[in-house]
Ligand binder design. Structure first.
Ligand code: OAA
Ligand code: MG
Length: 219
């Protein structure tokens, strides 16, 4: 498999073995939830069953009363990456996407209190709506784009990626010291401020300004 085989969203969905998520990578989001600014990247994972594309509905997990959206820039891995270094990390990127790290915030709050994993809060089926693909050759600087998320037509999140705490080479170097990233895997780089409660019937539009945009409906 090489990068040209995943030029469409459907293709890298089929290749992905996991979605690696970075938490608290934007100061304003860490602060809006009352969390400390991390000293090193904070990682968790979503299974491939969380991956949905346009046309598939967002569905809250059973019992969730506080479902949140988190718009995030996604890095799509183009070359198997293990123990790579910052200096050539960008060579391992096949392209970029934008996704929602859907979060059952009430489940997460409960897990945080118990010191328990976030798995249920973060990786329920359909918890990762993914939209669009930009080959890395078409996006020279992923740290110089604007992410946006609108709910029912109203701006909810809008932020440039240059304010990430840990940049993409740092995230890839750190991540791959511990586990291998396979072709098609997606690394979600954290959400900016503006997460909020999502309700049944909402329409969520999100993307990279001027580049990719997609629309998902909430069941
Ligand atoms: O749940 C959280 O607040 C952590 C997270 O995913 C993020 O910062 O993107
Ligand atoms: Mg997130």
């Amino acid at each position: 498999m090489n990068i040209s085989d995943m030029s469409s969203l459907a293709n890298f969905r089929n290749l992905a073995t996991k979605i690696v998520c970075v938490g608290r990578n934007y100061k304003d989001h860490a602060l809006e939830l009352g969390n400390a600014i991390p000293m090193k990247p904070m990682l968790f994972v979503k299974t491939v069953n969380s991956f949905i594309v346009e046309g598939e509905p967002i569905v809250a997990p059973p019992g969730c009363q506080n479902l949140h959206q988190e718009v995030e820039l996604g890095v799509v891995i183009g070359k198997k990456a293990s123990k790579i270094s910052k200096s050539n990390a960008m060579d391992y990127i096949g392209g970029y996407t934008v996704a929602l790290d859907m979060t059952a915030r009430d489940f997460q709050d409960e897990a945080k209190k118990a010191g328990a994993p976030w798995f249920l809060a973060k990786s329920f089926d359909g918890s990762c709506p993914v939209g669009g693909f930009i080959p890395s050759s078409d996006l020279q600087n992923p740290h110089d784009v604007e992410l946006f998320c609108k709910i029912n037509g109203k701006d909810q999140q809008r932020c440039r990626t240059d304010v990430m705490i840990f940049d993409i080479p740092t995230l890839l170097e750190y991540t791959t010291q511990f586990f291998t990233l396979e072709v098609g895997d997606v690394v979600l780089t954290g959400t900016p401020a503006g997460v909020t409660k999502i309700n049944s019937g909402d329409v969520i539009e999100f993307g990279i300004t001027g580049r990719i945009e997609s629309k998902f409906l909430v069941n």
